[in-house]
Write a protein that binds this ligand. Structure first.
Ligand SMILES: [Zn+2]
Length: 268
């Protein structure tokens, strides 16, 4: 297990990346990690680009402040709601990446099966109803999505990503913003062409082969997932085999997913 100091440094590093990439402006965004039954979380009122390990606040899983010079982020209830519901999640990142937030402001979820790597690693990114930021309403607005999704758009607000550790939660934020950016470009060029049910079915097989299945949400309204799931008999089950024409897809996907696989093999 990582030490508290290492975790503080990692939160600082991820805050710097969020700010560097323009995913947060001014004091926006918040980051937390669960460590040994306690939650380390960013403080309120500071830019995520310039945090110091010392600034990180420690609270109990029920939100009682245990240490820290500054108060924890006002979005703490949203983080605590995730940890309550998801024993497999030990890190939460919230930011306002401009393109993904544009979708959240336009009321458009990122729900189409258009990008193989998103289908393999993240799945659908649903849109939670509007809730006043910094209130308990936000935790309530995401409740129904927490059990099934690792990335959620918050209407007229921003995005939330969950992970088993800080780097996974952060990289999911990058994937969400990248997905939004590509979808936006495709829309400007006449609209994305979703993958066919058959293509999605092959990807679901690959996903299962790679052992990614349980952490990835099927998309609910593109139509392709439904058809694909039905066609492959609920994604084939544990004994499914990869057909010869899928071997090439597996190889291509393995090449593109080096990071994901490294992470999966990482037992730190
Ligand atoms: Zn926010």
């Amino acid at each position: 297990m990582r030490s508290e100091f290492e975790t503080r440094r990692e939160i600082v590093e991820i805050g710097r990346r969020l700010w560097d990439r323009g995913y947060v402006a001014a004091n926006d965004g918040n980051i937390s990690a669960r460590l040994g039954g306690r939650i380390l979380v960013t403080p309120t009122g500071l830019s995520k680009g310039f945090l110091k390990p010392d600034d990180i606040v420690v609270v109990s899983e029920s939100g009682v402040k245990l240490s820290g010079r500054i108060e924890p982020t006002s979005e703490l209830p949203m983080h605590l709601a995730v940890y309550r519901e998801r024993a497999d999640v030990d890190a939460v990142v919230h930011a306002h990446p401009p393109k993904a937030t544009g979708f959240a402001v336009a009321g458009v979820p990122l729900a189409q099966c258009v990008l193989p790597e998103v289908i393999l690693t993240l799945g659908e990114v649903p849109l939670a109803g509007y809730a006043t930021p910094s209130t308990e309403e936000v935790a309530r607005s995401i409740c129904e999505f927490i059990p099934r999704f690792n990335a959620i758009l918050l209407s007229n607000h921003g995005a939330l990503t969950l992970g088993r550790d800080l780097s996974q939660a952060y990289f999911r934020m990058e994937t969400v913003e990248h997905f939004a950016e590509i979808t936006l470009a495709a829309r400007a060029l006449g609209g994305p062409s979703p993958l066919s049910s058959d293509d999605v079915r092959k990807l679901l097989n690959v996903r299962e082969k790679l052992g990614l299945g349980e952490t990835v949400a099927d998309c609910s309204d593109c139509g392709a997932c439904d058809g694909a799931t039905a066609a492959s008999g609920a994604t084939g089950g544990a004994g499914s085999t990869v057909a010869p024409d899928e071997e090439e897809i597996v190889r291509a996907v393995l090449a593109r997913l080096g990071d994901v696989l490294d992470e999966k093999g990482d037992r730190r």
